[in-house]
Design a protein around this ligand. Structure first.
Ligand SMILES: Nc1ncnc2c1ncn2[C@@H]1O[C@H](COP(=O)(O)OP(=O)(O)OP(=O)(O)O)[C@@H](O)[C@H]1O
Ligand SMILES: [Mg+2]
Length: 331
C-alpha cells in the first residue's frame, strides 16, 4: 500500500513518497482568465506552486490564493496543492498523512479529510503539525515548537500521546512584516518574503530596484542590526508562551525539547532559544527543519498502514482458524 507525507504550510508545501526525498513548492494557487490565444496548445486556468508564483508576477487579473492563513484553512485550494504534490511525486497513494495547526478545529480536520477523500479518492490521516518532526526524530516523549511562516505551533507529547499544545499567530511573518516596514521607511521599496529570506540568510545578497530614475539597493548589512534586535523580541514572545505551557510539567518530558520549521533555520534563532531556556533544558533541532514534518507524517503513516495490514492479516488468520475449528466440529 503506498502512502505519502504531505505538509501544506502557509508558505511552502512539502511532500514525500519514500520518507527520504522531499519535494517543495510555494503553497500558492492562481486562477487566471482564459487567454485569447494559446501558443503552447494548453489552455490552463489554474496555476500551482512555482508556476503560480511566476504567473502572478507577470500577469494582471490573476487571483492568487494561499489556502492557509493565520493557522486557518481559508480556501479549498489546498486540494490543488495536494493534487500538484502527487503529480510531481508521480504517485497515486492510498493514504495521505498530513498535518494542521494544533489549535485547528475538529470540523476543519474532518472537512480536509472528507474533501481529499471525495475529490482525490485517498484516505487521509491528520496530525497536529509538530508531531511530524517528533516522529521523524524518533521522539515519543517531548516538546516540539514548529516555527512556520504563519504560525508557531507548540505541542507536548508523552508516550506518543497528546498532552497539550497551542498555536500562536506569530510566525516568521511577524519578523518579516517588521523588517519590511523598516526597509520601506528607509529606502521606500517593498520586498517579498522570498527576498527577505535571502537577505537575512545570505551575507552577500542584495536587492535592487529602480526608483525615480535611481538605483536603490538593500544589502544584508543594511538590515543586520534591526534583524538581530527583532529576533530577540520575537523569540522572547514565543518563549514566554512556551514557558506558560511547560508550567508544572515533569522534567522528564522537557528533556527532549525541539525547535523545527523554517523559522528554526533563520540566523540567531537557535541561540536566542538556547538563552531563553538555559535554566530548563537543551534545545534540539532536526537535521532538516523545513522537511521534518512531511518526513514524520510519512513515517507515522507507514507505521499505521503496517499495523492495519498486520491486523487484517491477523483477522484473516483467525477467520481461517475459526473455519477450521467449525469444520473439525462438523466432522
Ligand atoms: N534555507 C531556507 N530556505 C527557505 N526558507 C527558509 C530557509 N531558512 C529559513 N527559511 C524560512 O522558513 C520559512 C518557511 O518555513 P516553513 O516552511 O516551516 O513554514 P510553513 O510550513 O509554510 O508555514 P506554517 O507552518 O506557519 O503554515 C520561510 O518563510 C523562510 O523565511
Ligand atoms: Mg509548517
Amino acid at each position: 500500500m503506498t502512502h505519502v507525507g504531505l505538509d501544506i504550510g502557509t508558505n511552502y508545501t512539502k511532500a514525500t513518497k519514500d520518507g527520504k526525498e522531499v519535494k517543495i513548492f510555494p503553497s500558492l494557487v492562481a486562477y487566471g482568465e482564459e487567454k485569447d490565444w494559446s501558443l503552447t496548445g494548453e489552455s490552463k486556468d489554474v496555476y500551482v506552486g512555482e508556476e503560480a508564483l511566476t504567473i502572478i508576477q507577470s500577469m494582471e487579473n490573476v487571483e492568487a490564493l494561499r489556502p492557509l492563513h493565520e493557522g486557518r484553512l481559508i480556501h479549498k485550494s489546498y486540494i490543488e496543492l495536494a493534487k500538484h504534490a502527487l503529480e510531481i511525486l508521480k504517485v497515486k497513494p492510498e493514504v495521505v498523512a498530513t498535518g494542521l495547526p494544533v489549535k485547528s478545529s475538529r470540523k476543519e480536520r474532518e472537512e480536509l479529510a472528507a474533501d481529499i477523500k471525495s475529490k482525490l479518492g485517498i484516505d487521509v490521516l491528520v496530525f497536529p503539525e509538530p508531531v511530524g518532526t517528533l516522529a521523524y526524530m524518533g521522539i515519543d516523549t517531548g516538546v516540539c515548537i514548529d516555527i512556520g511562516f504563519g504560525t508557531t505551533d507548540m505541542l507536548v507529547l508523552s508516550g506518543m500521546e497528546y498532552l497539550k499544545g497551542d498555536t500562536m499567530l506569530v510566525g516568521v511573518d511577524w519578523l518579516f512584516d517588521n523588517i519590511d516596514v523598516i526597509v520601506r521607511n528607509k529606502v521606500g521599496i517593498n520586498i517579498t518574503p522570498e527576498e527577505l529570506t535571502n537577505l537575512v540568510i545570505d551575507e552577500n545578497y542584495e536587492i535592487g530596484r529602480i526608483r525615480s530614475g535611481k538605483r536603490i539597493t538593500v544589502k544584508h548589512s543594511d538590515i543586520e542590526e534591526d534583524y538581530r534586535r527583532l529576533v530577540k523580541v520575537w523569540v522572547e514572545r514565543i518563549a514566554n508562551r512556551i514557558k506558560l505551557m511547560l508550567e508544572g510539567l515533569s522534567t522528564a518530558i522537557v528533556d527532549n525539547m525541539v525547535i523545527t520549521g523554517g523559522g528554526a533555520l533563520l540566523p540567531g534563532v537557535k541561540n536566542e532559544f538556547e538563552d531563553a531556556f538555559r535554566e530548563i533544558t537543551e534545545i534540539k533541532t532536526p537535521d532538516r527543519p523545513i522537511e521534518a514534518n512531511a518526513l514524520g507524517y510519512y513515517k507515522l503513516a507507514e507505521a499505521i498502514v503496517k499495523s492495519s495490514v498486520k491486523s487484517e492479516a491477523q483477522e484473516i488468520k483467525e477467520d481461517k482458524e475459526d473455519e477450521k475449528k467449525k469444520k473439525g466440529k462438523k466432522k
